[in-house]
Design a protein around this ligand. Structure first.
Ligand code: BDR
Ligand code: CA
Length: 316
C-alpha cells in the first residue's frame, strides 16, 4: 500500500480527494493536516474530521490543524462563492466523534517524516503554507519525504485567480516559492491537467445507480456538496454540469503516475505583488540559471483518471 500524508483545505474537491484516498485499497493515509484556503482552518479541520468519519475506512486517521493565514501577505478571505459557506458545498454531515490532534500540522508532518524516512508521499491540495513552515523548521524534511505531489499552479493553461496564477500558489506565493526552492522531490499537478479532468452530472447519476448500499451515504454527500461547485462553473460560463477534480487528481497521480506525462523544468514562483504574483516561471533555456528541476504534469488521460476515481465509490 502506498503510504501518504494529505495536506488539505477542505473544500469540495479536497473532500473528494480525501474520500478517494481513504477508500482506495492501494493507499494508507497516515494522517491529514489542514490549513486555511477554501475556508477557515477551523472549518477545514471540522470538514476533514466529518469526511473521515463518513469514509469509515477501517483504520485511524489522525487529523492535525495548521496554518490560519499565509506566511507573509494578508489573507485573501475564503472562497464561499465556489465551495459554499461551510467549504463543502453546504452539504450537512454529522459531527465527528474524533478530535483533532493537540499537535500542530507542521509538527505532525515533521514527526511523521522523521519516523518514516523515505517512506511517505505528501500530497498537498491547499495553500503550501504548512509545508513551507515545516521545511523551514526542519530542513532535513526535504530528504525524509519520498515525494511531494502538489495540486497547484499552471504552466500553459490560464490561471484561475489571475491570468497566470492558480489559487493555491496565488494565496501564498512565498510558501510556494520556498517549497520550489527546497530539495524536496516535487511533482506539480497543475491546471494544465486538472481542468481537463472533470466529473459530470451523468457520472454522479451512475454512481448513485451502481454504488453498493453501504456507500450510498457517501454518494449522497458527493451530490449534495457538488451542487454549489457545479453552479459556480455554470455561472462563470466554464462548464455545464461538470467540474474539475483538481485535488483528487493529485492523489490519483501520486498513486498512479502513468495517468500523466511529465516534463522537468527549472522553476521558481514569482513573489512580486504585480501582475504575475504567484506565477510559476520556468527557465527553459539550454543552460538554465534560475530555480531547480521540478516535475510538471503536462498531459493527462482524464477519462482513465475519472474512471479510476469513480471505481472506489462503486466497488463493494
Ligand atoms: C485549487 O483551489 C481550491 O479552490 C481547490 O480546492 C483546489 O485545491 C484549485 O485552484
Ligand atoms: Ca484544495
Amino acid at each position: 500500500r502506498k503510504r501518504i500524508l494529505l495536506d488539505v483545505d477542505t473544500g469540495v474537491d479536497d473532500a473528494i480527494a480525501i474520500l478517494y484516498a481513504l477508500l482506495s485499497p492501494e493507499m494508507k493515509v497516515e494522517g491529514i493536516t489542514t490549513g486555511y484556503g477554501n475556508t477557515t482552518v477551523e472549518q477545514a479541520t471540522d470538514n476533514t474530521l466529518r469526511v473521515v468519519q463518513l469514509a469509515n475506512c477501517g483504520y485511524e486517521v489522525p487529523v492535525a490543524a495548521g496554518a490560519e493565514a499565509p506566511s507573509v501577505r494578508p489573507s485573501r478571505g475564503t472562497d464561499a462563492h465556489i465551495h459554499g459557506h461551510n467549504g463543502i458545498g453546504d452539504a450537512v454531515l454529522p459531527p465527528s466523534a474524533q478530535l483533532p490532534l493537540k499537535e500542530n500540522a507542521v509538527e505532525f508532518i515533521i514527526r511523521k517524516a522523521a519516523e518514516n524516512p523515505g517512506e511517505l508521499t505528501l500530497v498537498t491540495t491547499g495553500r503550501m503554507t504548512n509545508l513551507a513552515l515545516a521545511l523551514k523548521k526542519a530542513p532535513e524534511l526535504a530528504r525524509q519525504l519520498k515525494q511531494v505531489v502538489t495540486m497547484g499552479g499552471t504552466l500553459f493553461a490560464p490561471g484561475n485567480v489571475t491570468p497566470v496564477a492558480e489559487a493555491n500558489l496565488y494565496a501564498d506565493p512565498e510558501a510556494a516559492a520556498a517549497v520550489f526552492a527546497s530539495d524536496v522531490p516535487l511533482t506539480i499537478v497543475g491546471l494544465d491537467v486538472t481542468v481537463p479532468t472533470r466529473l459530470t452530472g451523468a457520472d454522479l447519476e451512475k454512481l448513485a445507480r451502481y454504488a453498493p448500499q453501504h456507500k450510498q451515504a457517501i454518494i449522497r454527500f458527493l451530490k449534495e456538496s457538488l451542487g454549489v461547485y457545479f453552479e459556480f462553473y455554470r455561472k462563470t460560463n466554464y462548464f455545464i454540469e461538470e467540474c474539475p477534480m483538481h485535488d483528487a487528481l493529485a492523489v490519483l497521480v501520486a498513486l498512479n503516475p502513468s495517468l500523466v506525462t511529465t516534463q522537468k523544468f527549472n522553476a521558481v514562483v514569482d513573489c512580486s505583488s504585480g501582475l504575475t504574483a504567484g506565477m510559476i516561471v520556468t527557465d527553459r533555456r539550454p543552460r538554465p540559471s534560475m530555480g531547480r528541476s521540478v516535475e510538471f504534469c503536462v498531459e493527462v488521460d482524464s477519462a482513465r483518471a475519472i474512471r479510476q476515481m469513480m471505481s472506489v465509490f462503486w466497488s463493494e
